[in-house]
Structure formats: C-alpha cells, structure tokens
Design a protein. Structure first.
Length: 341
C-alpha cells in the first residue's frame, strides 16, 4: 500500500471548489429515475444519459470524480472512448461502486446489511485495470423503534472496514458510506445520536482492520430532522448539529467528508453544505458526493430526447456550479435563479 499516493488521490477528490458526482445508480434505481421522465431503461438509453453527464464541457471545474456502476465502467462514448478514459482525460477521477446492495439482516426485522465481500479482491483488481482510482461501499441504517440496533451497527461497520482494507491493498481509495436514513419523524437530536453511534463503530473497525485514514474518505448523511416530521430544522441548525456530531466522532486524519444528499431537495443539499463551510475552517474538507441532487434537473431537461442534450448538460453544470460555491460557503439562494452560463 502506497499511502502517499492514496492520500494524494483522496485530497484531489476534495480539492477546493470541487466534489463528486455519484452516477452509480443500480439498474433498479435508474429504472425508477427513467420511469419518472417516461424513458425506457435500456442499456443504450442508460449509456446515452451517462454520456450526457460525462461529456459536459466545464464539469471538471466543480467535479473532481465520478462514481460509476459496474455496467457504466465498461461502457464507451460514441467515439469508442471508454468512459473512465473519457473522464480521466478531462481531469476527473473515475471511481466505482463495489457493494452488491443492502439485504435483510438475519434475525433483525427492518434492518439491513450490505453484501458483496465475496470475490471483492479480484473485482478490485479488475476495476483498477479498467481505470478506477477510488471505490465506494454503502451501508444503511434506520432510525426509530429501537433502530439502529448495536447488531446492525457493528455488522455493517465490520463490512465497511473489510471493504476499505481490500481497497487500500489494491491501491484504491475507499469511500466509506454509512448512511443513517433520514426517513421518519425523528428529531434532530435522535438523528445526531444514531449518526454518532454509527460513526463511532465505523472508525473503531477501520482502526482495528489497519485501514490508513489518510487514504480514506467518509461519505455520511447529514444530521437532519425526519423528512416526515412536522417541524424541520433550518440550514443553520442542521449545520450546527452535523458539525457537533462529526467533531466528536471523525478523526482529523480523514482528508475529507463528502456528504450524500439522501432524500433532500437539490436546494437543501446545497444550502446545508454551504452553512457548514461558512463556519470553517474544519479539520477535514467538507464536500459533496451527490447523485440525485446533482442529476435531477439534468434528467428532467434531457427527457430522453437527443435534441435536449445541451439543455440537460447545462442543467447539470449549473447544479455543479452551485455546489462548488457551497464548498467555500459562498452559495446564496439567489444563485438558484441565475441562468447557467
């Protein structure tokens, strides 16, 4: 393991003004996205949509890396250039989702464990040959009714750390994604407690499994009041609760925290990140690794029609620019109304 190279890649992924595009939707998830715009989820349509994102000129100003799905990392642009090569040529680091999804956790009703460790060492070798320089593994946890249980927390922490160790062995930066789902009616305090318990277990396992934190990135949820709750916390409250939790549980050796957007609106995901960065500096870079919150406007503008390619790209670039501004705390709601240049 070359820790200096891993650290350099991790820092490149959280470079000033930049963040990560999560374009690693599973076949089932992207079908739901395509269904929302009335487009059939065929291999050809999925490739065309990903190509729209990956060929948007100027994206590298605000996008440092892209997480790909297994199908996508093997696909090529119209001119025959493999997608990882296309991204790298523009200065964007290709990455890969390596887990096989969350499955029901045995003897724990309503909780999940993420699978995909079998054969992972060999798959990582292949992905590196295909151009991947970082890899993501996601675990999910629910809040409420006694959840998340210690059983769920520690089972997933162990798997997250096993994946991270294998990634570093392969010379690939692991992005560790423990997502405490924010669905429900929980309070900000309950979200903070659950998130803190999860993070404490994750970093205990990472330490025990010899993972070098300097060559690792964390992709967590923000601390939010439940989406179905009657009273939702504002941006400054969310920023304060999230930072308090992370100062308690995330070691300063981690180069960056790349937040997931979860079920937040595009605007909320940007505003919350902005509020956190406005109070910096912090021990880690606070960045983004958004999927839907970066792509939703592009998907809608494109609508599966070739003639809407440019409109889709401009919508994506505009969202990337706003999140790039949030990296320095310079985003304002007025920027939402601006027409993408």
């Amino acid at each position: 393991m070359d820790i200096e190279t891993l650290n350099a890649t991790a820092r490149e992924l959280v470079a000033e003004g930049k963040g990560i595009l999560a374009a690693d939707e599973s076949t089932g998830t992207i079908k739901k996205r395509f269904d929302s715009i009335g487009v059939e989820s065929t291999e050809a349509n999925r490739r065309a949509y990903r190509q729209l994102l990956f060929t948007a000129q100027g994206a590298a100003e605000h996008i440092s890396g892209v997480i790909l799905f297994d199908e996508t990392i093997r696909q090529s642009a119209d001119d025959g250039t493999p997608f990882p090569e296309l991204l790298a040529r523009d200065g964007i680091i290709p990455g890969i989702k390596v887990d096989s999804g969350a499955k029901a956790l045995a003897l724990a009703e309503g909780e999940t464990v993420t699978e995909g460790l079998d054969g992972l060492r060999e798959r990582l070798e292949e992905y590196r040959e295909l151009g991947a320089r970082f890899a993501k593994w996601r675990a999910t946890y629910s809040i409420g009714g006694g959840k998340p249980s210690e059983y769920c927390i520690w089972t997933n922490a162990h798997a997250l750390a096993r994946c991270a160790a294998l990634c570093q062995e392969a010379g690939i930066v692991p992005i560790v994604e423990p997502e405490v789902l924010q669905d429900g009616t929980h309070t900000l305090e309950q979200s903070s407690k659950a998130t803190g318990r999860v993070l404490q277990a994750v970093f205990t396992e990472l330490h025990d499994q010899r993972v070098e934190l300097r060559g690792t990135l964390l992709k967590p949820n923000m601390v939010l009041s439940g989406y179905e709750g009657s009273e939702r916390a504002g941006a400054d409250e969310v920023a304060g609760a999230t930072l308090e939790c992370f100062y308690r549980h995330v070691p300063a050796a981690v180069p960056g925290i790349v937040f997931l957007s979860g079920g937040q609106t595009d605007e909320d995901a940007t505003a919350h990140l902005n509020a956190m960065n406005r109070t910096g500096p912090h021990p880690w870079e606070l960045s983004f690794s958004y999927g839907r919150a970066l792509q939703a406007p592009a998907l809608k503008a494109w609508g599966g029609k070739p003639e809407n390619l440019e409109a889709g790209q401009q919508a994506y670039l505009h969202r990337a620019k706003l999140n790039g501004a949030a990296r320095s705390g310079s985003y304002s709601p007025e920027m939402e109304e601006a027409v993408a240049a």
